[in-house]
Ligand binder design. Structure first.
Ligand SMILES: [Mg+2]
Length: 233
């Protein structure tokens, strides 16, 4: 049984935020022309940091969280306008998803694994946002189970989300492999319950500094097809 992470493992979200922040600024600046892009960016970063944990664990929808975030950004800039916050958050989200990309190696590796292994997903984020991304790239049918932190109220690296996933799949942790990009969320979490783990290290970060070692490291997802740990899951 192979479980995948979604963001930055299969989906490239790296180009999403800068244009989304700018698009949301333009909507706000139509109503409040004195706003500056620089202070908007700064306030956006502050709010993003403030809401980081909520984004992972909250039962609220991504749409609600983005609206709350936009409200807070405006508030930091001296504007109390919940109606505008809705418009701002919609512009942000629309632009954000329009810049999402599937990594070029993702489709190929899923096709190669399909039929040979059961595939599941463990992903952090609000239900509506994560489900929308899966639908956008027609990925929902590839994975069963799909375990999303916003749907169960517990996020990676908490061992509970990994345990939930193997229980739903009716496999032992030792019979499951996790493939993910984040040392903090993915390696730590998966190894904490005894799953095998392949680290997707697309940016060639040094492996010596890892506190917990994965069972394999790849730069390109297609390399996982050659890793021997696959023979044992
Ligand atoms: Mg990730």
């Amino acid at each position: 049984m192979i479980f995948f992470d979604l963001d930055e493992t299969l989906l490239d979200t790296s180009g999403c935020r800068p244009p989304a922040v700018e698009a949301s600024f333009r909507v706000a600046a139509q109503k409040y022309p004195n706003l500056s892009l620089e202070s908007w960016r700064r306030a956006s970063e502050e709010v993003k940091a403030e809401m980081h944990d909520l984004w992972l664990n909250s039962p609220n929808s991504g749409a609600e969280l983005l609206r709350e975030g936009s409200y807070r950004i405006l508030k930091k800039l001296g504007i109390d306008d919940s109606e505008l916050a809705t418009d701002v958050s919609q512009a942000y989200y629309r632009t954000w998803v329009s810049h999402l990309k599937l990594f070029p190696d993702a489709r190929a590796v899923l096709e190669a694994l399909r039929g040979r292994f059961r595939l599941g997903m463990i992903s952090n984020g609000p239900s509506d946002v994560q489900r929308y991304k899966l639908k956008l790239f027609d990925l929902e049918r590839e994975f069963d189970p799909i375990v999303i932190s916003g749907e169960i109220g517990v996020a990676k690296p908490d061992p509970a989300i990994f345990r939930r996933a193997v229980e739903l799949a009716r496999v032992l942790p030792s019979e499951a492999l996790y493939v993910g990009d984040s040392p903090m969320y993915d390696i730590t979490g998966a190894k904490s319950i005894g799953m095998k783990m392949i680290w997707v290290n697309r940016n060639s970060l040094p492996t010596e500094n890892l506190e917990i070692k994965p069972d394999g490291v790849v730069r390109d997802l297609r390399e996982i097809l050659k890793i021997t740990v696959l023979q044992r899951v």
